[in-house]
Design a binder for this molecule. Structure first.
Ligand code: HEC
Length: 290
């Protein structure tokens, strides 16, 4: 195989190997960073929902307590407050969501869909599971989700969600008695589920990967072309000329070892040595002839 072809082959193999290894490493690091950001966003949304919830039950509820006997004020219900404020956030960020869903909800809008019901069932069947997270393909796009169970640990919840007969009359009047009751102590009745868009982050990772591979390929190809040009000019071409001249000399043909090859470095040393050898040979032949 020609020296140049061999170099071309070696460089191409190095290029493919280098691109594959750096591509895989780059992708792994980037996808991990994208996931970390999604986990962080989801945790932030959840903390936000819980903060609204706590604020409502600790401050809004007690402030309006004296009105609650006569009428139902949904603004004092933590779940209502969380859903209402998140709906405002979603006007600007429709891909983000925080939901408190239940198997048997007071407000029918809080009834879980098939996927959400699946998560609640998992929490019910595995009481030790405190959190579920991962990727989920929603109605039309990929999301990252974080879910926590809603377990009844406080008696006060049962005053409105336990026996409908003891629930405040305004609540029954507004929501009816057909749903949202019969919850029991320590039962997992629902889940808090946060969803954040994942496809944007993953698409950005893919774009960065393509950009990185394209720029590396450009650098590699440019280096390759320059290297092959220099190699041809200073190694292959002088070597070919030298080989041709040496071949002619060995066959006693008229040779032109004095041609202008612009050699340098080791090639120049070799060329000078061959010229010297040729001159010595010529001298020796002349001496033998005389
Ligand atoms: C004063 C009555 C009252 C109390 C006490 C109460 N809730 Fe509710 N809860 C409601 C009402 C009313 C809704 C429906 C709000 C709406 O319209 O979105 C609701 C909604 C919910 C929801 C959303 C699903 C659904 O049923 O619509 C969850 C989950 C929930 N409550 C859990 C709890 C927990 C846990 C506690 C105890 C820490 C509790 N609630 C205490 C009245 C109450």
């Amino acid at each position: 195989m020609q020296l140049e072809t061999r170099f071309n082959l070696i460089i191409t193999i190095c290029l493919i190997l280098g691109l594959s290894v750096s591509g895989v490493l780059f992708y792994q690091v980037q996808i991990k960073q994208a996931r970390d950001t999604l986990i962080h966003d989801a945790a932030l949304m959840l903390a936000y929902g819980l903060a609204v919830r706590d604020y409502t039950s600790n401050e809004v509820g007690p402030a309006l307590e004296h009105h609650l006997a006569e009428k139902m004020i949904p603004q004092t219900v933590p779940s209502y407050a969380a859903h209402t404020t998140i709906a405002k956030v979603r006007e600007q960020f429709p891909e983000y969501n925080y939901r408190e869903v239940a198997l048997n909800p007071t407000n029918q809008a809080d009834r879980g869909n098939a996927w959400e019901v699946g998560l609640i069932q998992t929490f019910r069947e595995q009481p030790e599971t405190e959190e579920l997270s991962g990727e989920h393909v929603g109605t039309n796009s990929l999301h990252y989700f974080l879910a926590k169970p809603i377990r009844i640990t406080d008696d006060v919840c049962l005053s409105c969600h336990g026996d409908p007969a003891v629930a405040p009359a305004p609540l029954r009047n507004r929501y009816g008695t057909g749903h949202g009751f019969g919850w029991t102590m320590n039962e997992v009745v629902g889940a808090r589920i946060v969803t954040v868009p994942a496809y944007v982050a993953f698409r950005m990772v893919n774009n960065s990967l393509l950009l990185m591979l394209a720029s590396l390929t450009c650098i590699f190809l440019l280096t390759h072309v320059v290297f092959i040009y220099i190699f041809r000019r200073y190694v292959t071409r002088p070597l070919e000329l030298l080989t041709k001249s040496t071949e002619d000399a060995s066959l006693n043909k008229v040779t032109n070892l004095e041609h202008n090859m612009k050699s340098s470095g080791q090639i120049l040393v070799l060329e000078t040595a061959i010229k010297r050898l040729r001159r010595s040979l010529n001298k020796a032949i002349t001496m033998i002839k005389t």
